[in-house]
Ligand binder design. Structure first.
Ligand SMILES: *Cc1c(COP(=O)(O)O)cnc(C)c1O
Length: 219
């Protein structure tokens, strides 16, 4: 199937209110343009340099999402255009985003990344780190970032019960955070292998790469 067919099939399955981020990391501009011509406008990348290079040449109405683990010294390269940063998991990173956004006279939307997987290789905050961050004076003083929701990745496993449990846990953290920050609206969870489970558990944003663009080649 073509990129267009894959995209239209996934789009037709997604309930209203669930946004599709087409994860185009490692994929060439031609592949992105094929998805763009099929109507897709939101794309996700996990490397800043790669995202900048694509942003420079591709249509300007694309919304670029940074979905990967982000180093502080890279924030400045994308502060001018990035539309959502999914993987924020420290106050230090958030304060760098705030600083770079201020230089661009922008407010950058961010998701806080929560650690929900069993594996300890995945990045993210735990519940007490989340509380500490949002209650800190430094956070409250930031004017150029806006927390719009949470993001998380489930354990890479075939055990669906486990995946359900981890996404349900993230949804419950999201619901309790919403009582403190009522403006939050985005719960970014679900990838090619587990987005149907994520949607059942309340995802509002899925990040799908290989099911649209095919398997990635890392060389
Ligand atoms: C690569 C990536 C995805 C997409 O993965 P697929 O399995 O190809 O759908 C989603 N989220 C993050 C954070 C990623 O790095």
């Amino acid at each position: 199937m073509s990129i267009k067919d894959n995209l239209l099939e996934i789009q037709s399955e997604l309930p209203k209110g669930v946004t599709l981020v087409a994860v185009s990391k490692t994929k060439p501009n031609e592949a992105i343009l094929e998805a763009y011509e099929a109507g897709q406008r939101v794309f996700g990348e996990n490397k800043v340099q790669e995202m900048v290079a694509k942003w420079e040449v591709l249509p300007k109405d694309i919304e670029w999402h940074m979905i990967g683990h982000l180093q502080r010294n890279k924030v400045k390269y994308m502060a001018e255009f990035v539309s959502l940063i999914h993987g924020v998991d420290s106050l230090k990173l958030l304060s760098e985003i705030d600083k770079q956004a201020q230089k661009q006279d922008r407010v950058i939307s961010c998701l806080l990344q929560m650690h929900i997987a069993e594996e300890d290789t995945k990045f993210g905050l735990n519940q007490s780190e989340l509380n500490e961050l949002i209650n800190s004076e430094a956070f409250k003083a930031m004017k150029n970032i806006k927390i719009v929701g949470l993001m998380g990745m489930a354990t890479f496993t075939t055990d669906e019960t486990q995946i359900h449990k981890e996404f349900a846990q993230l949804k419950s953290i999201f619901d309790s955070l919403k009582s403190e920050i009522p403006e939050i609206s985005i719960l970014s969870m679900g990838m090619s292998g587990d987005y149907n489970i994520a949607i059942t558990e309340g995802s509002t944003m899925v990040r799908i790469g290989s099911s649209i663009f095919g398997a990635r080649n890392y060389s």
